[in-house]
Design a binder for this molecule. Structure first.
Ligand SMILES: *[C@@H]1O[C@H](CO)[C@@H](O)[C@H](O)[C@H]1NC(C)=O
Ligand SMILES: *[C@@H]1O[C@H](CO)[C@@H](O)[C@H](O)[C@H]1NC(C)=O
Ligand SMILES: *[C@@H]1O[C@H](CO)[C@@H](O)[C@H](O)[C@H]1NC(C)=O
Ligand SMILES: *[C@@H]1O[C@H](CO)[C@@H](O)[C@H](O)[C@H]1NC(C)=O
Ligand SMILES: *[C@@H]1O[C@H](CO)[C@@H](O)[C@H](O)[C@H]1NC(C)=O
Ligand SMILES: *[C@@H]1O[C@H](CO)[C@@H](O)[C@H](O)[C@H]1NC(C)=O
Ligand SMILES: *[C@@H]1O[C@H](CO)[C@@H](O)[C@H](O)[C@H]1NC(C)=O
Ligand SMILES: *[C@@H]1O[C@H](CO)[C@@H](O)[C@H](O)[C@H]1NC(C)=O
Ligand SMILES: *[C@@H]1O[C@H](CO)[C@@H](O)[C@H](O)[C@H]1NC(C)=O
Ligand SMILES: *[C@@H]1O[C@H](CO)[C@@H](O)[C@H](O)[C@H]1NC(C)=O
Ligand SMILES: *[C@@H]1O[C@H](CO)[C@@H](O)[C@H](O)[C@H]1NC(C)=O
Length: 811
């Protein structure tokens, strides 16, 4: 390859001819070159760049090493293409590329570069930074054209990133030398696996050899030794929509350290000991036999330094027991008792101090609490275990495993806890722990009493303040809700100035507009009408509450907007609007097949169970109706409209109110009559919705669906209830079960109605025979209400409030 030498270069050549000593600056300009025997040395003399030969080899390579330890080569340019003699030369080309030539001007290596960054007046300069980074910059624009940190060899230095750019796919990996005398690419690659919860993997050709385990906020789950060196290093683990990477910094610039993927397949953290003039290994992986990937197979857990390294997780047994105690066994374990897949039948046990299993297929929800994580995992049959995604403090976030748990190890302490789902039958308590349970139960009962008493005192105090009874959320707690506040301009812009064509619905307390944020996200804006009965209190109530609730069957609020008297809530937009829109529309109804209906029912039930029991707050919705069940693109139901929701404390089963708010047709008799409401009022509303979904008919006016269903039930002709838009009747048994459950839900006496967890169980279990429903009587006498109209009155001004409801046994 012929290249014309520019004039400056010739001058430079002349100069260098006069000065035969090695280059000892950290910088190389466009006109200069580096030949064998010349070096770049970083400004504080920490790193050196030049040509070297490994032990027992005459091949020459261009590389970077620590000045204090010339064996510690951290970067090699021409690793796969050695120079055979000392005639190599490094040049900066006019097009912004670094190039290494041999004496016959054959290019043995060149840096890739994005030529787009090369403009007029381009003036490249190469600098060896004190961090060990070789940087090629354009002096004119001061932009980086290329840097060695983007193209690591086998070493990770402070300030480098090991990981992947998720947008461009650009990846920085470490790959081992072939052996200590040959820097060409070896068998082992260390890279960031970005699927599921990201973790660092070592690959041996095409097989996983070792995992560090996912990042738990402090260290990698399987490398908890890192924690003890927190005073020497700061570790970074960045995971966002753009990139995932791990990196470290040294706290003092006198600490020299590197992480090496060595040629034996071990990832080592080495730290320079200036006194002994050696590198000390701080930690490494794989370290013991338990670190080798999937050593104990599925659902097996490995204990280092134990003759029987492998064991099955509790609740699991060896698939082939005879082989189990053989040390290399990897056949894994199988479940002893199958999961029932209901909240009743399954539970979790805690596995403390473990390396969390392979998270490649795991689902991560960093923003939810561990309590919510538990609920999600319990509610999802495919979830086999969960753990906090961040183990700092009490733990937060959520990782859920949906495929076999692989590659676990006891960490001898360590902050990570795995909650393994097993059938409740596996969670039996031993006598000793029963005693503990009793003691704990007694002391916690005492504690509860104490708390109740204190709560009572506080409550009494609060009552004296004017609004304590009506609003459960005080204004200041609004700030705690952590909810984004949108400004009015954004909302106006998104909704075409709240234009009338953007109206998508009229909710209980206002108009709902469709909008589109500049980011392209579609939103629903609920604008509370000026004379709406939803006051500031209800608004705050809804905002604060819903911001804290997270469940796939609850609508998600994205933010709120307050501007003078305007109050708006911004929700995620639901493509399929609401259930009533589908159910009571002759055409749309036909698209709801049986399966979909059943899934909607289950979804609503789950959402409601979450509200009642499983969220951190015990919540009564009070206005559950078809119009408040929104449907997303995939027809997943999401409960909305929390304006009337109320919190209740543990044993506060029934709450009385003077203001009855709700929708006739869905309101339970005791609520209408006596203003008493409880979770069972929601169960009643759920029963009505269930009947509506089955029949495709509204429970309204002279069409009393509850009475009608009861009549058919008595005549044993339940199939007649089914919406004629649903074609096949191959699911008579399922239908009959649904109606049965619905009738249980609408029983007159609240105590007779099942809880939502029983509802879910009854709906999902084929062989469970629910009790016979009692007659729902009161509805006949007070029929004739108009459903779907918002209803509110003060008791005392009503003519029906004289009626009281009596629950007579065995009616
Ligand atoms: C590189 O510089 C040396 C002097 O340091 C000179 O002898 C040699 O010709 C130069 N080579 C190229 C290709 O510029
Ligand atoms: C090269 O050989 C020397 C002397 O035997 C030894 O101290 C050094 O560690 C070796 N370097 C490498 C990279 O193996
Ligand atoms: C150096 O090796 C190259 C081949 O890599 C060869 O072309 C060249 O002649 C050799 N130079 C010397 C001085 O041996
Ligand atoms: C720069 O030029 C060299 C030699 O002409 C070529 O091999 C290299 O690919 C070029 N680099 C870029 C980024 O265009
Ligand atoms: C060079 O390294 C120093 C620390 O050694 C760092 O502060 C600086 O940002 C680096 N420069 C570049 C351009 O990366
Ligand atoms: C060019 O490469 C550098 C270093 O890899 C990078 O920082 C920069 O963003 C790239 N520029 C373009 C335009 O791609
Ligand atoms: C550490 O940083 C200080 C201040 O930046 C500098 O004076 C000193 O030379 C550095 N030491 C080393 C070993 O780089
Ligand atoms: C080895 O594992 C067995 C079975 O789990 C256990 O009973 C035993 O205590 C373990 N031994 C040691 C030294 O940890
Ligand atoms: C992840 O899922 C794929 C496909 O189901 C499966 O082949 C693989 O073994 C799973 N990985 C783990 C670690 O469970
Ligand atoms: C999670 O919470 C963080 C901090 O509160 C926030 O920046 C981020 O956008 C949230 N992510 C999601 C998906 O909600
Ligand atoms: C259960 O979890 C799996 C895996 O994350 C997910 O694909 C599925 O949608 C979940 N099902 C429900 C009902 O949430």
């Amino acid at each position: 390859m012929k290249r014309k030498l520019p004039k400056q270069l010739i001058i430079a050549l002349f100069m260098f001819a006069c000065i035969p000593v090695a280059l000892s600056s950290d910088t190389l300009y466009g006109s200069q070159n580096i030949t064998d025997g010349q070096y770049l040395i970083s400004s504080n003399g920490i790193f050196e760049l030049g040509f070297f030969s490994p032990n027992y080899s005459t091949d020459r390579f261009l590389g970077i090493w620590f000045k204090v330890s010339t064996d510690a080569v951290v970067w090699v340019s021409n690793r796969d293409n050695p120079l055979k003699n000392t005639s190599g030369i490094l040049n900066i080309l006019n097009n912004g590329s670094l190039a290494l030539y041999d004496s016959s001007e054959r290019m043995v290596w060149s840096s890739s570069s994005n030529a787009t960054s090369i403009q007029n007046g381009f003036s490249p300069v190469l600098q060896l930074n004190d961090s060990g980074n070789l940087i090629l910059k354009d002096q004119t624009s001061n932009t980086i054209i290329w840097q060695s940190f983007d193209h690591p060899t086998d070493s990770l230095l402070a300030g480098m990133k090991l990981g992947k750019n998720l947008k461009t796919g650009f990846e920085r990996v470490l790959s081992s030398w072939k052996n200590s005398n040959d820097p060409s690419e070896g068998n082992y690659i260390c890279m960031m696996d970005t699927e599921g919860a990201p973790e660092v993997l070592i690959w041996d050709k095409d097989k996983i050899r070792y995992r560090t385990g996912m990042w738990n906020g402090i260290s990698f789950s399987g490398l908890t030794q890192m924690i003890s060196y927190g005073d020497l290093f700061t570790f970074s683990f960045v995971w966002n929509n753009d990139e995932v990477w791990y990196g470290f910094e040294t706290k003092s610039n006198s600490t020299l350290s590197r992480v090496v993927m060595n040629d034996a397949g071990i990832l080592q953290r080495l730290v320079w000991d200036p006194n002994q003039q050696t590198w000390n290994e701080f930690w490494s992986g794989p370290q013991d036999e338990c670190d080798y990937y999937a050593k104990c197979g599925s659902f097996g857990i490995c204990q280092p330094n134990n003759v029987t390294a492998c064991n099955c997780l509790r609740g699991f047994e060896a698939t082939t027991p005879t082989e189990w105690y053989m040390r290399d066994y990897s056949g894994g374990c199988k479940r002893e008792a199958p999961l029932g897949c209901t909240a009743r039948s399954d539970g979790f046990y805690e596995l403390k101090g473990v390396k969390l299993p392979d998270s490649n297929n795991a689902t991560v929800e960093a923003n939810i609490s561990v309590e919510d994580c538990k609920v999600r995992c319990l509610m999802n049959c495919s979830c086999l275990a969960y753990s906090p995604s961040d183990s700092r403090g009490k733990g937060s976030g959520c990782v859920m495993w949906n495929t076999a748990l692989i590659d676990m190890k006891y960490m001898n302490g360590g902050p990570d806890v795995l909650y393994v789902k097993v059938s409740k039958s596996e969670l039996g308590t031993s006598k000793k722990s029963q005693l503990v349970v009793i003691v704990v139960a007694i002391s916690s009962a005492a504690l509860v009493l104490l708390i109740c008493f204190v709560g009572f005192l506080i409550r009494r105090k609060k009552r004296n303040s004017k609004q304590a009874e009506k609003s459960l959320v005080q204004k200041d707690s609004f700030k705690d809700a952590d909810l984004p506040v949108f400004d009015i301009e954004t909302i106006l812009q998104a909704t075409d100035n709240l234009f009338v064509t953007n109206v998508v619905g009229q909710g209980g307390f206002g108009i709902v507009y469709k909008g589109k944020l500049p980011s392209g996200q579609e939103i629903a804006v609920k604008r509370l009408t000026g004379n709406s009965s939803q006051g500031l209190n209800e608004f705050m109530n809804e905002v604060t509450l819903i911001a804290k609730l997270q469940h796939r069957n609850l609508v998600r609020v994205l933010g709120c907007c307050i501007h003078n008297n305007e109050r708006m809530l911004i929700y995620e937009f639901m493509k399929n609007r609401s259930l009533n829109f589908f159910l009571f529309d002759a055409e749309k109804r036909a698209t709801l097949n049986w399966r979909t209906r059943l899934e909607i029912v289950t979804g609503i039930a789950r959402g409601l169970l979450y509200l009642h029991h499983d969220s951190r707050y015990n919540i009564i919705h009070r206005d559950l109706k078809a119009a408040n069940v929104l449907l997303d693109e995939e027809m997943n139901p999401k409960i909305s409209d929390f304006g009337t929701a109320r919190l209740f404390e543990g044993d506060q089963a029934v709450i009385s109110t003077e203001t009855v708010i709700g929708t006739r047709g869905y309101m339970s008799p005791e609520y209408i009559m006596e203003g008493k409401f409880s979770v069972k009022s929601d169960v009643y509303s759920f029963g009505v919705i269930l009947l509506e979904i089955m029949s495709g008919k509204r429970n309204q006016g002279n069409q009393n669906l509850v009475a009608y269903a009861w009549k058919l039930w008595e005549e044993q002709s339940i199939l007649k209830l089914l919406d004629e838009a649903v074609e096949s009747t191959t699911f008579a048994a399922e239908l009959s079960r649904c109606v049965h459950v619905a009738l249980l839900c609408v029983q007159e006496c609240p105590d007779d109605r099942p809880s939502m967890s029983s509802v879910i169980m009854m709906l999902s279990s084929d062989n469970l025979v629910p009790p016979a429903p009692k007659k729902p009587s009161i509805w006949r006498s007070i029929g004739g209400f108009t459903a779907d109209r918002h209803y509110s009155y003060e008791s005392g001004s009503s003519s029906v409030d004289q009626l009281t409801i009596t629950c007579i046994e065995g009616r």
